[in-house]
Write a new protein. Structure first.
Lengths: 198, 430
């Protein structure tokens, strides 16, 4: 199984080209004006998606992510508040750009971490299907690990894909009849068989 | 028959016990008429009126002085010869007993209700004497003679009312009249007119005070002009004085409810006009063309100096600016702050002013600048409250965005609304 690695603030974003709005102090304040707030929301979700894709971040844990440079502009000494951040993620979840992971333990009530869909599961499904096609793995059985971390997927966009996202992408393929989950004798999901596109 | 209050008065003033309470009609009258009169006066008058004396008194042959045995006239309180206090032994026992025992009994002899006397002592300066069996003419004549003969140390107004006899038991009854009946009404009306007189006088005082205030204002103004003409006077002092006299005076007479008359509408209209004039006289310009309602209220009332107006009247006057086509408007911000501003200062105009200023600042600096309410206050001279309101109004319309940090809230031009960023293309070249 793929392990989820949380990126560290320093190593991840040194080169991420922040847009100029990132240096605009009011961008870090939740705007009271409804219209402005809507624009601000969409800008923030774009920024989060871009940042996560750039740094290949699959999940965001708010409590740690709030310290990332994504939400902290040290140059202008501004940072986004946690509740504003949560609000932004909420709106992203509504749009389908993210999904809250069920909380665990004491944090159950509060959504703390979310999957960021910088590509939607459908897109991933297409990409994986294309990859299967192009690499001639039709009718082959691959383990989930092979898809995410295997040698053949090294240069792929879905390299290191979060298992939850991968599962959702595969679900899309299964619904389309392009794949089938193979179960091992003890009932574990062992692999997936691709049928290719009709 | 002597009444309770007469006796008390006697005691109070002369420090004597009331020995002749029941029969001492004459002395009682004199005591009341002029309490400080010497005893001699009492003697004189006592002798003058023998004729209409009450029956009881006439029947008495007088009584002997316990000291010198001189037979005094029954109505005397003190011995004519030696001045010793007389004890009226010869009085009818019932009368004596009654008089000594309980003074309330007096009411038995005078059927008319007797009010509490203490309160009336000062108020009533006349006596009503009723004659049942005639004799009032003589009494009056004699009294007149006495009044002429005597030199009264103090002016006493004696109103002698001769009326029908009311009392059955005595020919002449002295009543300290209560404030009842026609006499009560008369007293009331006299008092009323006196009170009115007092009021008029005090009002006159007020007016003269206002006159003085106006003089003071004009004096301040002359000082100001003289100072401004004189050389070598520090400039600050000059302007300060000018300002103070400006603040002091209203060019037109103060609008007052009483003067305006003709109902409230006229009053409010007049007030509004004067307010407009007041604002026009540089007050609004000094405040940057916009002023909170309470600031104006304070300024205006300070200018009035006296006869301040109530906030309610003030607000009503301000709210009819528009109706009267005066060049000022009452404007209410979202948060409920009400300001007075010149009519052409619409939201848009103010918005434009702020935006132009911020944009100019940004282009000069080459970067986005944020402004605080304090900056706006410095730039436009508006109070901080108004500045904040204006900024928030601009924010509301989407022209400004805010940046809240530990340093406070700054307002920036709204770059967020129109910021276009295609991250897929810009970052990933898709």
């Amino acid at each position: 199984m793929a392990t989820f690695k949380s990126p560290t603030a320093t190593s991840q974003s040194a080169s991420f080209p922040f847009p100029s709005i990132y240096s605009f102090p009011p961008f870090f304040t939740r705007q009271p004006n409804g219209q402005t707030w809507t624009s601000q929301l969409s800008l923030w979700s774009s920024l989060i998606l871009a940042y996560c894709r750039y740094n290949r971040i699959w999940r965001i844990d708010l409590n740690t992510a709030i310290g990332w440079d994504l939400f902290n502009n040290k140059d202008i000494n501004r940072s986004l508040k946690l509740e504003t951040c949560r609000e932004i993620l909420d709106s992203m979840v509504k749009k389908g750009d993210a999904e809250w992971l069920p909380g665990s333990g004491t944090n159950a009530a509060k959504n703390a971490s979310a999957i960021i869909y910088w590509r939607r599961p459908e897109e991933w499904a297409n990409i994986i299907a294309d990859w299967i096609d192009s690499t001639g793995q039709k009718n082959a059985i691959l383990t989930l690990y092979e898809i995410a971390e295997g040698d053949l997927s090294l240069s792929q966009d879905f390299r290191g894909i979060d298992s939850t996202i991968l599962r959702k992408a595969l679900d899309v393929l299964i619904r389309r009849g392009q794949a089938q989950i193979m179960k091992s004798a003890d009932g574990e999901e062992a692999g997936v068989k691709f049928f290719g596109t009709q | 028959i002597c009444s309770y209050s007469n006796a008390m008065k006697l005691v109070d003033i002369d420090g004597l016990p009331p020995p002749c309470l029941a029969c001492g009609i004459r002395p009682a009258i004199s005591v009341i008429e002029q309490a400080r009169e010497t005893m001699a006066g009492i003697y004189d008058r006592t002798h003058i009126y023998p004729a209409p004396l009450p029956v009881e008194v006439q029947n008495e042959s007088g009584f002997a002085c316990p000291c010198c045995t001189f037979v005094n006239h029954p109505s005397l309180l003190q011995c004519e010869i030696c001045g010793a206090t007389l004890v009226s032994k010869n009085l009818p026992p019932t009368l004596l007993d009654n008089a000594m025992k309980d003074l309330v009994i007096n009411e038995r002899y005078s059927p008319s209700p007797t009010p509490p006397m203490q309160n009336n002592n000062e108020d009533i300066d006349y006596i009503k004497i009723s004659f049942r069996a005639g004799g009032e003419r003589i009494f009056l004549d004699r009294l007149k003679i006495v009044l002429q003969d005597r030199i009264w140390e103090r002016k006493t107004r004696n109103i002698i009312t001769v009326g029908a006899a009311l009392d059955r038991r005595s020919n002449a009854t002295t009543h300290l009249l209560p404030k009842l009946g026609i006499h009560g009404l008369e007293i009331q009306s006299v008092k009323e007119s006196q009170r009115n007189l007092e009021l008029m006088r005090s009002l006159n005082d007020l007016e003269s005070l206002m006159q003085k205030a106006k003089e003071m204002v004009s004096l301040a103004e002359t000082f100001a002009t003289r100072l401004s003409n004189a050389a070598g006077v520090p400039r600050e002092a000059r302007t300060a004085l000018l300002e103070s006299s400006e603040a002091l005076s209203l060019s037109s007479p103060i609008v007052m409810r009483e003067i305006a008359g003709n109902g409230d509408d006229t009053f409010y209209a007049e007030l509004a006009r004067q307010l407009a004039e007041f604002l026009d006289n540089g007050v609004l310009v000094k405040e940057g063309g916009i002023l909170t309602l309470f600031d104006l209220y304070a300024l205006y009332n300070r200018a009035r100096g006296l006869s301040l107006i109530s906030p309610k009247d003030f607000y009503k006057a301000c709210s009819i600016f528009e109706k009267l086509r005066l060049p000022f408007r009452l404007r209410k911000f979202r948060t409920g702050v009400i300001v007075i501003q010149e009519a052409y200062y619409s939201d848009d105009a103010v918005n434009r002013m702020i935006m132009d200023w911020i944009k100019k600042g940004s282009s000069e600096k080459g970067a986005q600048v944020g402004v605080t309410a304090q900056d706006v206050n410095r730039r436009f001279g508006w109070s901080v409250t108004i500045a904040l309101e204006e900024l928030e109004t601009a924010e509301d319309s989407g022209n400004l965005t805010r940046d809240s940090s530990v340093e406070g809230t700054r307002f920036y031009e709204n770059l967020i609304n129109n910021f276009q960023w295609n991250w897929k293309r810009d970052v990933f070249q898709e």
